[in-house]
Design a protein around this ligand. Structure first.
Ligand code: FPP
Ligand code: MG
Length: 297
């Protein structure tokens, strides 16, 4: 992963504008799930490492914009770029990372450049879906799953497809692996928001609902509540939650075993991912799914 960080730092340096290096240094490097995935499928070489760097640049750009959109001031345990430099700079830094990534991507085969760039269009559509779904409480699991497929899973799916292309494996098998892994990843993210504390998460806890995100735990909880409690849950939507309101949510999630239910949905997507590539006997592909499900942040 250090090699990828070096490639990224050099790509930024090539743009030859000193303030950029400083701003970029304030982005905490993340888990690099997409890079780990790509390198498990394709062999590690100059080409695959460069593609990892590009995908991480694009992912980082999307998070810069996402933190502006969500008005989030912490990311990965540190102040977000919009918190440090303001929203305008965060947007432009995102534009620079994305366009530099795309410039480097244009040097790759059409299959790769088209799959990754198309994924960026779809993930941006996913972000629009996420924002528009924030207007009111969403009861539809179908709508939620479609949104997280676009917002999160399409880039992971495209990464897996590019890995298969470079490693000369069947593209469809790996597309299924990436899509199901990506959906499971976002469901786990949404579970952690309600189960973990902010220190562990590196961002505020129980924050999704306040941001207008009716994630799977809330959709399942709503289904279980009586009419009076349904109304109460909806009344808390997009509100700064007081301690007792937070406790009410947590108690009811526990009462109806909602977390276990959501975890099972994520595990089913994880198993579908594993099954679609089982025949290749790449043990690490199973480990990626398992450690992603078992993670705590
Ligand atoms: C995080 O979701 C957001 C995403 C995975 C996608 C964001 C995409 C865009 C803003 C489109 C712009 C794209 C580019 C390349 C410039 P979240 O808010 O649920 O997660 P969080 O809790 O980590 O913020
Ligand atoms: Mg966000």
């Amino acid at each position: 992963m250090d090699k990828i960080d070096t490639i990224i730092t050099n790509m930024i340096k090539e743009l030859d504008y000193e303030p950029l290096n400083e701003m970029f240094a304030n982005i905490n490097s993340g888990k690099k799930l997409r890079s780990k995935l790509l390198l498990k499928i394709a062999t590690e070489n100059e080409n695959s490492l460069k593609l990892c760097a590009i995908i991480e640049l694009i992912h980082a750009a999307s998070l810069l914009h996402d933190d502006v959109i969500d008005e989030s001031y912490t990311r990965r345990g540190k102040a977000s770029i919009n918190a440090i430099y303001g929203a305008k700079n965060a947007i432009m830094l995102g534009d620079i990372l994305y366009s530099k990534g795309y410039f480097e991507l244009s040097k790759f085969d059409n299959f790769i450049s088209q799959n990754i760039s198309n994924a960026v269009s779809l993930l941006s559509i996913g972000e629009i879906m996420d924002v528009s779904m924030g207007e009111e409480f969403n009861q539809s699991k179908q709508k939620y799953l479609k949104m997280i497929y676009y917002k999160t899973a399409v880039l992971i799916e495209a990464t897996a497809k590019c890995g298969a292309y470079l490693g000369k494996f069947d593209i469809d098998d790996f597309a299924k692996y990436g899509k199901n892994l990506g959906i499971a990843f976002q469901i786990i993210d949404d579970i952690l928001d309600v189960t973990q504390d902010s220190k562990t998460l590196g961002k505020p806890a129980l924050n999704d609902y306040k941001e207008g995100k009716t994630t799977l735990p809330y959709i399942y909880l709503y289904e279980k509540l009586n009419d009076k409690d349904k109304k109460y849950l909806i009344s808390l939507f997009k509100k700064d939650l007081k301690d007792e309101e937070q406790s009410w949510i947590k108690e009811n999630l526990a009462k109806f075993n909602i977390i276990e239910k959501c975890l099972n949905v994520a595990k089913n997507y994880g198993n579908d991912a594993i099954n679609s590539v089982k025949k290749y006997n790449i043990e690490d592909l199973e480990n990626i799914v398992k450690s992603m499900i078992d993670r705590t942040f």
